[in-house]
Design a protein around this ligand. Structure first.
Ligand code: TRP
Length: 353
């Protein structure tokens, strides 16, 4: 079977370092591994509209921002097809047929939907489109016959629901759709990078994110004011590394060679952590080191982003070409789906049989 990747992001803001370690970095690694026959990366504007119906301009503005972030991270348009969700009319048609295979109760049980309903205070007024977005996401994934979906941990319930829909479809209408698997980052800290304030989720509204497009001085000031261990008041107090975002970020970003480069008193992260736990290591020293690490990791990404920013018409062309190619693939899947459902009435004189 062909190995195919489909993944994507909602264009509701620029992408941050949580997106990077949680998914983008893994996508680039998989893209360059050569083990995938096809890679589709989708800017999920239609899904973004399910909870931003009144802010289409915000979604529109962020399409180019997300495309720039992709290119900056090393998504290569020669190897990966980058496209815009709403440009593919086959996706809502697939979702419309899948809706008949999913119960309201099953959607209500989806943990991601549940927590988002709460977060957005939608309890009494969930838009139907928002409620159904897991079904639309199943359409996104199955339209491209994706075998693998590299995404963050928060997407697990979505992929599980997509698998169920594919299975149910195949049961009812015969073997047609491919069941996808999620591909999570292997590094524990990267699964869920906290905000700079230590809160579980990095988000624009909380103002606790470091963005891929942030300038060096902005990154530095965000890191120097990061939340650490509230019990580590004086340098000599023993400190905690668990739940301390400065160390979580180091777990996610640090490479062994950075010690030689920036903090040669220590061999590795374990030694640094042990000293912090023992007491005698100040937060400022650790933060300065983290700043050096983050500047080294994010510098090349920001530079590449600037190069693409100077070539916006080319970026637009990449999205146009990508959307054309994606539509062809989705149309092939839709034709198979219609045939399995025997609603391809005008093909093969279907209605005369
Ligand atoms: N739900 C994803 C997010 O919130 C975006 C998305 C839409 C997606 N369709 C997808 C991710 C299909 C993976 C596969 O960012």
């Amino acid at each position: 079977m062909k190995q195919i990747i489909l993944t994507g992001d909602r264009p509701t803001g620029r992408l941050h370092v949580g997106h990077y370690v949680g998914s983008l970095k893994e996508r680039v690694r998989l893209q360059n591994s050569g083990t995938y026959d096809e890679i589709f990366i989708m800017i999920a504007d239609a899904q973004a509209l399910t909870d931003n119906a009144e802010q289409p301009e915000k979604v529109r503005q962020n399409i180019m921002q997300v495309a720039l972030d992709y290119l900056a991270c090393g998504i290569d348009p020669e190897k990966s097809c980058i496209f815009i969700q709403s440009m593919i009319p086959q996706l809502p048609e697939l979702a419309f047929y899948y809706m008949n295979l999913v119960s309201v109760a099953r959607l209500q049980r989806n943990p991601t939907v549940k927590s988002e309903i709460k977060q957005r205070k939608f309890e009494a007024s969930i838009p139907v489109g928002f409620f159904c977005y897991p079904i639309s996401q199943a359409a996104d994934i199955t339209a491209f016959n994706a075998t693998a979906v590299p995404a963050g941990e928060d997407q697990e319930p979505m992929i599980e629901q997509a698998r169920e829909i594919a299975r149910k479809f195949n049961e009812v209408y015969g073997e047609t759709l491919v069941e996808p698997n999620i591909v999570l980052p292997s590094n524990e800290a990267s699964l869920r990078l906290p905000g700079t304030d230590g809160k579980a989720k990095m988000s624009k509204s909380l103002g606790n994110g470091i963005y891929l497009s942030d300038e060096p001085d902005v990154i530095k000031s965000k890191i120097m004011s990061m939340y650490t261990d509230p019990t580590h008041l004086r340098k000599d107090d023993p400190g905690h590394v668990e739940g301390n975002p400065v160390f979580t970020y180091l777990d996610a970003f640090c490479r062994p060679e950075y010690f030689g480069e920036f903090l040669s008193e220590y061999e590795n992260l374990d030694e640094l952590k042990a000293h912090y736990e023992r007491g005698g290591l100040g937060d400022v020293t650790v933060k300065k080191f983290l700043n050096n690490v983050m500047q080294s990791e994010l510098g090349p990404i920001r530079e590449r982003r600037k190069e693409w920013e100077a070539r916006l018409p080319e970026v637009l062309e990449i999205l146009k070409e990508g959307s054309k190619k994606a539509e062809q693939t989705a149309a092939e899947t839709l034709a198979k789906v219609r045939s399995s459902m025997k609603i391809d009435y005008f093909d093969n004189d279907n209605l005369l049989k």
